[in-house]
Design a protein around this ligand. Structure first.
Ligand SMILES: [Zn+2]
Length: 51
């Protein structure tokens, strides 16, 4: 059983991870490098959904 998660960024980019920790880290990195925004763990987690 997979614990894969995705986060759909408002810009249309999809972040993938094998679990909450990984997908949140990917989203935080994306938000920082692409949007110059700091995303909290809770904010990113709220956007995560099963892949
Ligand atoms: Zn984005």
């Amino acid at each position: 059983m997979s614990d894969a998660k995705i986060i759909l960024c408002p810009c249309g980019f999809t972040l993938h991870g094998s679990g909450n920790t990984e997908v949140v880290a990917a989203a935080q990195e994306h938000a920082r490098s692409i949007h110059d925004q700091a995303l909290s763990y809770e904010q990113a987690l709220a956007m995560a959904r099963p892949a």
